[in-house]
Write a protein that binds this ligand. Structure first.
Ligand SMILES: *Cc1c(COP(=O)(O)O)cnc(C)c1O
Length: 430
């Protein structure tokens, strides 16, 4: 039987010194209840907590651990690099190596700028789009997450055409005014916003596959329609590939769906578990960035050598072994089929969405295609399922609005164990 004595003690202590005891909100287990598990270490797909409990990991640090924790080549590369000092604040050859590799792997980009998080990448991409087009507004989709920069923390008003209202105190109405929101997979709403704000929209930013309202796939034609609209109205299309980049495949969502974006943002996998983000595009667009162009963007630790060697080593591994993506997709499909079977037998309403190595289970009988439909699964069933799974050694994302991220270190034996745990958990929930 799992017990969480040390985690409980640490959580009490953490709450004294850190808001909510955590450095990023979803870790606090607020939406599932209970005490967050404090992790001590991990190897491959196995997490070990401070009480000595072991779990099969479906978070993969929210994506980066695509080949498993403590991947030997990445760890060795970091160890070797760290001897030469941890930061210089001056250019290094390694920054060229990783930039070249990214440009080689990802279609349709000439230049890339490294930053320190996905938030920074998205925030900078919007600034670039505004600088490039000379326009102020942009469109985002309800339920898509682009980091915690002010302009992204906006929820739609009730009508599609209403201006955004901030959904975090501290975001000013002035900022909110320039963020327009539409429903995911709803091209008509986007067209309406573009018509109502003709000549004022700099960019449309979208998770080409959404992963922050659970995993939600773009409907056939949705991304193509966005591309067409952007071309027609001279709006820049930004694919936020912080999740999908180097995960759907080495060329990310552009390659997977066959749709080109003007700017791409990265995070998560790109840093191999270190704090890294990046944004990329054609030379024509990227050369508007300082010091060549007037759009300012900088970072004391950007391109940090330890972060770069971790990312570079992981990306090189993915680039040289493209079968990893087939293996991951096969494992995810196997899990999907197994879960389908036990969920059907259980009699609970459910929907499963899957794409590549991302998968989500929704406790609802409605097809999940946008935020509103995803929200129908935000009920009391998920927290119960989460805790039943945790007790059986399966560590799922602690929110019904998060996708699972599979790692290639998962074995079929672990997948079988997970499916069996799901079967037992659903029985226990009755
Ligand atoms: C995680 C995420 C971000 C934010 O990245 P951080 O590194 O957490 O700042 C942005 N966009 C998407 C799609 C994400 O999944």
């Amino acid at each position: 039987m799992y017990q969480y004595k040390r985690s409980s003690e640490l959580f009490t202590e953490a709450n004294k010194y850190i808001p909510g005891g955590v450095n990023s909100p979803v870790r606090a287990f607020n939406s599932v209840g209970g005490t967050p598990v404090f992790i001590k270490k991990a190897k491959g797909s196995i997490l070990t907590d401070v009480d000595g409990n072991e779990y099969i990991d479906y978070i993969s640090s929210w994506g980066p651990m695509i080949l498993g924790h403590a991947y030997p080549k990445v760890i060795d590369a970091i160890k070797a690099k760290v001897e030469d000092s941890t930061s210089f604040g001056a250019p290094t050859e390694l920054e060229i190596d990783i930039a070249k590799l990214i440009v080689d792997m990802v279609p349709n980009i000439d230049k890339v700028r490294m930053v320190n998080s996905g938030t920074e990448a998205c925030m900078s991409a919007i600034r670039v789009a505004r600088g490039y087009t000379g326009r102020n507004k942009f469109i985002k989709f309800e339920g898509c997450y682009h980091g915690h920069a002010d302009s992204f923390l906006i929820k739609a008003g009730s009508g599609a055409s209403t201006f955004g209202v901030p959904n975090s105190p501290g975001v000013t109405p002035g900022t909110a005014n320039d963020t327009l929101t539409a429903k995911y997979n709803n091209i008509e709403e986007v067209k309406q916003l573009v018509t109502e704000n003709k000549g004022e929209i700099a960019a449309i930013i979208v998770e080409a596959i959404a992963g922050n309202m659970g995993c939600v796939l773009p409907k056939k034609g949705f991304l193509e329609d966005l591309r067409e609209l952007c071309d027609k109205e001279e709006i820049l299309l930004i694919f936020d590939e912080v999740m999908s980049g180097f995960r759907l495949g080495k060329g990310g969502a552009q390659e997977y769906f066959g749709v080109k974006a003007d700017l791409i943002t990265f995070g998560k996998v790109i840093g191999g578990g270190m704090p890294v983000g990046a944004y990329a595009g054609s030379s024509k667009i990227m050369d508007i960035v300082s010091p060549v162009g007037p759009v300012y963007q900088a970072g004391t630790l950007s391109g940090n050598p330890i972060a770069m060697i971790a990312g570079y080593t992981l990306l090189k591994e993915l680039n040289q072994n493209p079968q990893i993506y087939t293996e991951l997709a096969d494992k995810t499909e196997y899990l999907h089929k197994g879960l389908d079977k036990v969920f059907t037998e259980s009699g609970f309403d459910y929907k499963i969405n899957r794409c590549g190595s991302m998968i989500s289970i929704f406790f609802t009988d409605i097809d999940v295609v946008d935020f509103d439909t995803a929200a129908t699964a935000n009920n009391e069933k998920f927290p119960k399922f989460f805790h039943e799974m945790l007790k059986r050694g399966i560590y799922l994302p602690p929110s019904s609005f998060e996708s699972y991220f599979l790692s290639n270190s998962l074995t079929y034996e672990m997948l079988d164990k997970t499916i069996q745990a799901a079967k037992e958990s659903l029985e226990a929930m009755k």
